[in-house]
Structures are given as structure tokens and as C-alpha cells.
Write a protein that binds this ligand. Structure first.
Ligand SMILES: Cc1cc2nc3c(=O)[nH]c(=O)nc-3n(C[C@H](O)[C@H](O)[C@H](O)COP(=O)(O)OP(=O)(O)OC[C@H]3O[C@@H](n4cnc5c(N)ncnc54)[C@H](O)[C@@H]3O)c2cc1C
Ligand SMILES: *[C@@H]1O[C@H](CO)[C@@H](O)[C@H](O)[C@H]1NC(C)=O
Length: 397
């Protein structure tokens, strides 16, 4: 397969998740040729949807994407019609024992986005090759040869593993055994609902117009608004709920998942429980065990291969840090390549520049993964909830 006949450096990105697509945007803006390879068959092939708060890394995100995407960014907001002020930009946490407000975490400038809609937006103008699963890669005299499961090979100058929690790039660069993600023992469930009912949607939004949490018993809960079709007609809104508990690993979908949550996990209180009880039978419901991997240094093939996002530091979803670190990784990666190529054969070496990138990701990522594990441990008891970083330090870095 031919990539190009120009002399722009070619960066192959594995994975069309948010990390890979953001990297493609950032690289394109800086004159690199980025090609994304994704094992899914198309953008809507296996639509995995959840919401995430973009908070401390929002200014970095804004630097990485072109103007037209920035202008359309509100299309990815869960509720783009809100009047965002300090109150909208907080994340309240309710006491799971009493139902009272426990604390409110300020997240200035933050926006909650739909993963599906942000992904669609970031895919604009990106060269994505769907239905391509990475198999292996090796060094050549001038760069890298990358091989896919269907037998195709492609030459590249750089390879970025943005292939998520069970990264194949990581498996090759670290070794299968050391690269294994670990089960955390914490289960995560989500439901995506269209209640088609004004009162129910109002009850969810009354806890907070964006999203709210509940902690302090053996289940953690979250509820919020997923999307708004007609701002004035609340029956058109979609909402989500999440629930976290410690337990046996299960991987369930649909009614089976809902039944499991209702019978096998401790109930929440108030709207956090009602949101689950009201789940219509056609809703998406899923349960997974949350996995993590504490980063250790990887082989970087002469500064040509590295990792970013969940591939580098899969963590638990506490304090909404995963994507903030992905954005930071992408910014550092783009800057490293810009620095290397601006020097044009000068006095910087690929090994040094990319080695610096790698060391920083490993250190920052390991810290974030460990923090997410500590937060999870402390979230299931009201006495320890108060010691969580989320309570003492908020959602900052
Ligand atoms: C419910 C939930 C809530 C979250 N909330 C927040 C939040 O509030 N704030 C925050 O900052 N973060 C949050 N996160 C974390 C954030 O969503 C992730 O960190 C981020 O989406 C990671 O994206 P990624 O692109 O690195 O990985 P992924 O989204 O997993 O993408 C990896 C891609 O690589 C592809 N792939 C895998 N293997 C191969 C292969 N061999 N060949 C080709 N393609 C391959 C996969 O198909 C996939 O498309 C949340 C996560 C979840 C699940
Ligand atoms: C994806 O690739 C496989 C073989 O690699 C092929 O059988 C399948 O038809 C492809 N799917 C699409 C949608 O192109």
C-alpha cells in the first residue's frame, strides 16, 4: 500500500478513538501526514457511547484542533443550550447515606461531551482506514514497516499506539506479559435512556443541569443529561446513569445487565436509584470490569514508536482524568515531532526527543493511574469519601 510521494513525515496512528483522532488533527495542523488505522468497520460500526467532562485540559484541546472543529465543538456538548456559569461548571457530589449535598467540585470552563459526537467531529478531514487491525511492526533501514491482520503492510516514519486499554502496540513494545491490563475488581455500569417523560428528565436535571454524583455507600452513582433535541421540550432529552461497585467481574448487556444491577448490587438513593428503575427496555445498558495498567518504560524503536491515551495509561474513571491525560499526551507528542523536524538534521536526536516524551508519559501516567485506584478505594465509604482527592482537591490535575 502506498502512503505518499511527498516528503512529509508519515505518522501511522493505531486507533480511531478520541486520542488517535485528536493526534491526527494536531499532526495535520503542523504539516505531518497522519493516517489512522482502526479495527472497527466504520464510525458507527460499534457505537460505544458515554459522556466525559473535558476540564483542565480544555485549553490544550483547543490548541490542537483546527478552527472549523472548534467552531462546531458545541455540537458535541451534552447540552449546548445551557447558560454556562460557575454553577453550571461544578460537579456536585451527594451523600449516599443521607441524600444531602456532600461537596461541589468546581470545574471552571469545563464542558461535558458525548464521546460519540466528539469522535464524529474529530474525524472530520482525517484519513481513516477502517476495518484494519494492527498485527505487528518492525524497523526497516529508513523507518518502520507496519503489518495488518489482512496481510497489508505500510511504511511509515512513526507509529503512535492510540489503541486503548488492551493496546496491541503496547503488547509488542513492552512484551505480552508485562503489557497485560489488570482487573481492578471495580465494576462499572451505564444506562443511556430516553424516558420520553418531562418529569423524569426534570428530576435528573434538578440534581444538576449537567451531571451529579452520589458516593459514600457500597455503590457509587452518577446521573446527567446526555443530549437535548429540543431545548424547550424536555421530553426530547436523553439522560444517562452510571453505577460503580466492587464485585465479581461480569460483562453483561441489555436487560440481563439491568436485572443484575437491580438484584446483585446495593441500591442508591433518590433520583440516582429512580434513574435506574425507570430504564426503558430499549435502552443501552452495559456492565464491565474497569481495567488499569501502571505504565512502565517501553521499547521505542529508535524513537519511532510510542503510546498515548488509554494505551499508555488505562485508569479507572474517577475524577475524570483519562481524557485530560490523553490530550496532554497528544500535545506533547505533536510538540516532540515538531521539535525534531524543525531541527532538520540538526543537533537533536530522535532517541532523545522521543525518550523525553516517553519518560514524561510514563511518570505522569503512573501517577494518574495510581491516584484513580486510590480514589476508587475511598469512594465506597462515607468516612473515606471525605479524604478523596475529588473532595480535597477537586478535579484539578
Ligand atoms: C464511562 C466513562 C466515563 C469517562 N469519563 C471521563 C471524564 O469525565 N473525563 C476524562 O478525562 N476521561 C473520562 N473517561 C476516559 C476517556 O473516555 C478515555 O481516557 C478516552 O476516551 C481514551 O480514548 P483512547 O482513544 O485512548 O482509547 P479508546 O477510546 O479505547 O480507542 C482505542 C481505539 O483503538 C482501536 N483499536 C484497538 N486495538 C486495535 C488494533 N489492534 N488495530 C486497530 N485499531 C485498534 C479500538 O477499536 C478503539 O477504537 C471516561 C471513560 C469512560 C469509559
Ligand atoms: C473487513 O475485512 C474483512 C477481511 O479482512 C472482510 O471480510 C470484511 O468484509 C470487511 N468489512 C467491510 C465492511 O469492509
Amino acid at each position: 500500500m502506498a502512503t505518499s510521494n511527498t516528503d512529509k513525515p508519515v505518522v501511522i496512528i493505531i486507533g480511531a478513538g478520541l486520542t488517535g483522532l485528536l493526534a491526527a488533527q494536531g499532526l495535520k495542523q503542523n504539516g505531518f501526514r497522519a493516517i489512522v488505522f482502526e479495527r472497527e468497520e466504520g464510525i458507527d460500526a460499534r457505537p460505544r457511547e458515554w459522556t466525559m467532562l473535558v476540564h483542565w485540559a480544555m485549553p490544550i484541546f483547543q490548541r490542537l484542533v483546527p478552527k472549523d472543529i472548534l467552531e462546531d465543538l458545541k455540537d458535541a456538548f451534552c447540552n449546548p443550550y445551557l447558560h454556562f456559569n460557575a454553577e453550571m461548571e461544578t460537579l456536585p457530589c451527594y451523600n449516599g447515606v443521607t441524600g444531602e449535598l456532600l461537596f461541589s467540585s468546581p470545574t471552571p470552563g469545563a464542558r461535558r461531551v458525548s464521546r460519540r459526537r466528539l469522535r464524529a467531529l474529530l474525524a472530520h478531514g482525517v484519513d481513516i482506514r477502517w476495518n484494519m487491525t494492527l498485527k505487528s511492526f518492525s524497523r526497516t533501514e529508513t523507518g518502520l514497516k507496519v503489518e495488518f491482520e489482512d496481510g497489508q503492510t505500510i511504511d511509515a516514519d512513526y507509529l503512535l499506539g492510540a489503541d486503548g486499554t488492551s493496546s496491541k502496540v503496547r503488547e509488542i513494545a513492552v512484551g505480552a506479559e508485562k503489557a497485560q491490563p489488570q482487573g481492578s475488581g471495580f465494576l462499572f455500569a451505564t444506562g443511556l435512556n430516553q424516558y420520553r417523560d418531562v418529569e423524569k428528565n426534570e428530576a435528573i436535571a434538578a440534581k444538576h443541569p449537567v451531571a451529579a454524583l452520589m458516593m459514600g455507600t457500597s455503590s457509587v452513582g452518577g446521573i446527567g443529561v446526555l443530549s437535548v433535541e429540543e431545548p424547550g421540550d424536555k421530553s426530547t432529552w436523553s439522560t444517562f446513569w452510571v453505577k460503580i461497585w466492587r464485585g465479581e467481574p461480569v460483562d453483561l448487556r441489555g436487560q440481563e445487565a439491568l436485572e443484575y444491577i437491580k438484584t446483585e448490587t446495593a441500591p442508591l438513593r433518590d433520583e440516582f436509584q429512580s434513574a435506574i428503575d425507570w430504564t426503558p427496555s430499549d435502552s443501552y445498558v452495559g456492565i464491565n470490569e474497569m481495567k488499569y495498567w501502571i505504565p512502565v518504560p517501553w521499547e521505542n524503536y529508535g524513537g519511532r514508536v510510542t503510546l498515548a491515551g488509554d494505551a499508555a495509561h488505562p485508569m479507572l474513571i474517577y475524577r475524570g482524568q483519562g481524557f485530560q491525560h490523553s490530550i496532554t499526551d497528544v500535545d506533547n507528542y505533536v510538540n516532540a515531532l515538531v521539535q525534531l523536524h524543525a531541527a532538520a538534521g540538526g543537533d537533536v536526536s530522535r532517541e532523545d526527543v522521543m525518550g523525553t516524551y516517553d519518560n514524561e508519559v510514563v511518570k505522569r501516567g503512573a501517577n494518574a493511574v495510581e491516584q484513580s485506584l486510590c480514589e476508587a478505594e475511598k469512594s465506597l465509604d462515607i468516612d473515606t469519601v471525605k479524604q478523596m482527592l475529588m473532595a480535597t482537591r477537586g478535579h484539578g490535575k
